[in-house]
Design a protein around this ligand. Structure first.
Ligand SMILES: Cc1cc2nc3c(=O)[nH]c(=O)nc-3n(C[C@H](O)[C@H](O)[C@H](O)COP(=O)(O)OP(=O)(O)OC[C@H]3O[C@@H](n4cnc5c(N)ncnc54)[C@H](O)[C@@H]3O)c2cc1C
Length: 418
């Protein structure tokens, strides 16, 4: 049991860290809670960064919690402070190698950072930006507002790159998305979804170019305007005043490595959130965990995962054993289209596409491993997302011929009664 003398330190004050802090109080953690983040901003929601925040005139972020809530729950916030050293033997850590902080329990909610591809000339390009923090988006907005041609090149056709393309298009940019793979969203979705979003972007005037591997970035002057030439391996090139890199993230594991924790595509944790050190837990984007439903190890980059895991970690730290057992879900907003995803579509053997009759752009893709429903991608189709979630959770067998027949409305009758 915890006492008022115990200290729980949480490194990372984003979705995972902030929720862990508040859940610790709900679980009756009696001691101190110290929440540290290198980011100087009061913790904010990240999903709106590539969506509404990019298009808004305001520089106000959507806060995860109002400042008063931290005071009320007696959570000490140390913002703009980077933890540079972790000494797991003596249970302490150091801020910028100086200030020492002791802990009884430590939570690593260190998240992930953008991958910077090794492209010649990229690092020397003043107008290249990543997409992770509020400061990144402010910098993109400033550079875009100052640009004369409003030409933007985005390297990477994943969800974040595409959301950014849609948002910048909304405010009048001329956007080109360069994707190395044969189709956008290849890593995460089937060709039906890729085709849908390629068409959507094309209709909205964004150029989506696949099979385009960027090889070099060159900074030049054109008619007195500083522009960046983005060269591809096929000898084509694209000019831009703003260059955005959205090619994925890698987990922040440096501190975990220092502490000698077990690592594998992130910080390895048990279903309780505990790492290989019994006083250290990991949560959110940095945590590599076992999904009980899919019987596989995963590292998820979603708000759902960060929020749900934080409840489990807080309960376990406070001595209330709970295990993590949820079905992942995720969403993406582009233009007026909402994509909702439930489940993991890994290793599917077949899929069924439903385009609802008389409804434009209401589509769902149902992924199966033989008889098992693995995941659903629902475009403007909350009903499909809700039924999909229910069927996956309950491991329902689906009558595939009924599902494929769009003259039959989507309902619980799609599931075979056992
Ligand atoms: C632009 C954008 C759009 C997104 N859209 C969606 C969406 O639509 N739906 C969805 O589900 N998810 C979305 N995501 C993903 C979602 O935001 C992440 O999954 C979520 O933020 C993970 O939270 P986290 O707390 O685990 O990690 P992070 O949000 O990465 O936070 C980790 C924090 O740890 C801090 N930190 C790391 N190391 C140190 C250190 N040594 N010292 C001090 N501080 C440290 C970092 O500064 C950071 O603030 C989006 C992400 C981005 C960037």
């Amino acid at each position: 049991m915890c006492t008022s003398k115990d200290i729980c330190v949480i490194i990372g004050a984003s979705h995972a860290g902030v929720n862990t802090a508040f859940n610790l109080r709900k679980e009756k953690w009696l001691g101190k809670i110290i929440l540290i983040d290198a980011d100087p901003e009061l913790p904010y929601h990240r999903p709106p960064l590539s969506k509404t925040y990019l298009t808004a005139n305001t520089s106000t972020t959507n806060l995860l919690k109002p400042i008063e809530s931290y005071k009320k729950d007696n959570i000490t916030l140390l913002l703009g402070k980077k933890v540079t050293r972790l000494d797991a033997v003596n249970r302490c850590l150091f801020l910028d190698n100086e200030t020492k902080i002791d802990y009884t329990k430590l939570v690593l909610a260190t998240g992930a950072k953008p991958i910077i591809p090794t492209i010649e000339g990229l690092k020397e390009t003043a107008s290249y930006f990543c997409l992770r923090t509020a400061a990144d988006i402010v910098a993109i907005k400033e550079s875009y507002n100052a640009s004369k041609t409003k030409k933007v090149v985005i390297i990477g056709g994943g969800y974040i790159g595409l959301e950014t393309a849609a948002s910048l298009k909304k405010i009048g940019a001329e956007v080109v998305v360069l994707e190395r793979e044969s189709r956008i969203l290849k890593r995460v979705a089937t060709a039906v979804i890729s085709d849908f979003f390629r068409d959507l972007h094309t209709q909205n005037g964004v150029q989506i170019l696949e099979n385009k591997e960027v090889s070099k970035v060159e900074n030049t002057l054109e008619n007195g305007v500083k522009v960046t030439k983005v060269h591809c391996t096929d000898a084509s090139y694209f000019t831009a005043e703003v260059l955005i890199v959205g090619v994925g993230v890698i987990p922040n594991t440096e501190l975990a490595k220092q502490a000698g924790l077990k690592l594998k595509n992130g910080i390895s944790v048990a279903n309780t959130g505990e790492t290989s050190n019994l006083n250290i837990y990991a949560v959110g984007d940095c945590a590599y965990h076992y999904n009980l439903h899919y019987k596989t190890y995963v590292r998820l980059e979603s708000v759902q995962n960060a929020v749900d895991q934080s409840k489990i970690i807080a309960a376990n730290i406070c001595g209330n054993p709970l295990i993590y057992n949820t079905i992942p879900w995720f969403w993406s907003d582009q233009y007026n289209v909402k994509l909702q995803i439930v489940g993991l579509a890994e290793n599917y053997t077949d899929y069924i596409v439903r385009e609802e009759q008389d409804k434009e752009n209401v589509i769902s893709v149902w992924y199966f491993n033989n008889d098992e429903l693995l995941a659903v991608n629902a475009i403007n189709h909350t009903k499909a997302y809700v039924f999909g979630t229910k069927f996956i959770k309950e491991s329902k067998k689906i009558a595939k011929e009924k599902l494929a027949d769009t003259s039959i409305p989507l309902s619980k009758d799609i599931a075979v009664v056992n």
